[in-house]
Design a protein. Structure first.
Length: 218
């Protein structure tokens, strides 16, 4: 009696081979897409020159051109705040790339802008993490159609607490004030020389006053 076809070893081997070939093709396709597709992310950094300032960065870390980049926020972000006192009067963000989108963003390209200080932003939005959904399109590559991509990026302020960006870092603030004083003294002794001019002016005034007193006595 003939063995049923579904139990044939050759049939099973053929099915496994087809499955492995399909899995390999899918894997290779996704590896290929990672080499040609864009990848746009949103994150926060401290300013290199002024570490108390926090910046928002939109960057394409992928290998391809990102087109029609748009963003969807889980809740509105506050507008710029450079001082803590600005926080009560600050409204939601109404302009900028997160609101208007970006028509095209090349590989390695980014948009960077100052958002505010830690003290100005730490209570907005209530210390919660805001998720930014990023949408973009890739170019058509050969026989492969353009892809529609999206990624979720969380941004928050609380992790900057205790760092150089936090205003509670008094050692950093003291060092910054000393640096500003040193800059003023350097300017005073070189280019503008306001301290030397002021000192000379006082000497001249004292000499004139002494001369006047001597003339009156005579």
């Amino acid at each position: 009696m003939a063995e049923p076809g579904w139990a044939s070893p050759a049939l099973w081997l053929t099915a496994v081979a087809v499955f492995l070939a399909a899995a390999s093709a899918i894997t290779n396709y996704y590896l290929f897409r990672t080499q040609v597709d864009p990848l746009v992310i949103v994150y926060l950094i401290a300013d290199d020159q002024h570490v108390d300032l926090i910046k928002i960065v939109i960057e394409n870390i992928g290998k391809g051109l990102a087109k029609n980049v748009s963003f969807k926020l889980s809740e509105p972000l506050p507008d710029r705040a450079l001082e803590e006192k600005d926080r009560p009067n600050r409204g939601p963000m109404t302009d900028g790339p997160l609101i208007n989108g970006i028509p095209a963003l090349g590989p390695g390209s980014k948009r960077v802008w100052t958002w505010g200080t830690y003290e100005g932003l730490r209570k907005a939005p209530g210390g919660r993490t805001v998720t930014v959904q990023v949408y973009c399109e890739s170019d058509r590559v050969g026989v492969f159609n353009a892809a529609e991509l999206d990624i979720v990026c969380p941004i928050e302020i609380r992790s900057f607490a205790g760092t150089d960006s936090s205003s509670t870092n008094w050692e950093r603030k003291s060092a910054r004030q000393l640096e500003l004083i040193a800059q003023v003294l350097r300017r005073a002794s070189t280019g503008f020389q306001p301290l030397k001019i002021e000192a000379r002016r006082r000497k001249v005034l004292r000499k004139r006053a002494a001369s006047n007193d001597a003339a009156e006595e005579v």
